[in-house]
Design a protein around this ligand. Structure first.
Ligand code: ADP
Length: 221
């Protein structure tokens, strides 16, 4: 099945916005890349569908780019908090359904919340938490927070569960978590059967309440 092609715009092509732009474009999406620095724009000519020099705070300029038709717009303006806020305001005035903004600090975040930014991200902060959690546990390979309470976690199977089936482990009853997938090298089993066996060093992807996942990690693996 061909994945739906979506339209994205990224305003600010620093390290953060630039990597979002490149990744979306390499996934085959339409990406409008905007920066007020001409050199940056030139760099992105081959890394986006269109690369345009414009100031994100300039409503007229954004309108003339047809930005009002985009469903997702990322505001990745680095240190210039004022420009980031003004750009977000302009985009929300243009009724963009999903405006993603990189926040520099807590005050920036508060203002962004007030003016209706749809998703506020703190890449350094979030990545710091993620790395700390991965460092603190040898079994946690990766994790995604779904909310404050729920997460999806990729765990390393130890010899404790070697050659045990999902029925043997009975994790849903014992821990309240669900095994979504078992990874063995390059093979990913995304709908494991109850009698599938887990091997030492498999990666087990589980979903559940964070406390339950932690209990499974500490007691079950
Ligand atoms: P980071 O490294 O956190 O991604 P940077 O400060 O390196 O942040 O990048 C921010 C980018 O945003 C720069 O390329 C800069 O030229 C661009 N930028 C700053 N102000 C504006 C603005 N008003 N309109 C468009 N782009 C802007």
């Amino acid at each position: 099945m061909k994945r739906m092609k979506k339209q994205f715009a990224v305003i600010g092509l620093g390290r953060f916005g630039g990597s979002i732009c490149r990744e979306l474009y390499s996934m085959g999406h339409d990406v409008l890349a905007v920066d007020n620095d001409e050199e940056k724009v030139n760099e992105y000519v081959t890394l986006a569908t269109h690369a345009v020099q414009a100031d994100g705070t300039d409503e007229k300029a954004l309108k003339s780019l047809g930005i009002g038709n985009f469903e997702h717009v990322v505001v990745a303006i680095g240190d210039n908090i004022q420009a980031s806020i003004l750009t977000t305001l302009v985009l929300k005035d243009l009724d963009i359904p999903k405006v993603w903004v990189k926040a520099q600090n807590h005050y920036h975040q508060k203002v962004l919340e007030k003016i209706g930014a749809d998703q506020i991200v703190h890449p350094e902060y979030d990545m710091g938490i993620r790395i700390a959690q991965n460092m603190a546990s040898e079994k946690v390979i990766d994790h995604i927070d779904l909310s404050d309470e729920y997460s999806i976690v990729e765990l390393l199977a130890t010899s404790k569960v070697h050659n045990k089936s999902l029925i043997d482990l009975d994790v849903r009853a014992k821990y309240g978590v669900t095994i979504l997938a078992i990874k063995r090298g390059e093979d990913v089993n995304v709908s494991p059967m109850p009698d599938d066996l887990i091997k030492k060093e498999d990666m087990i992807v589980v979903i559940g309440h964070k406390n339950d996942v932690r209990r499974f990690e500490n007691e079950g693996l």
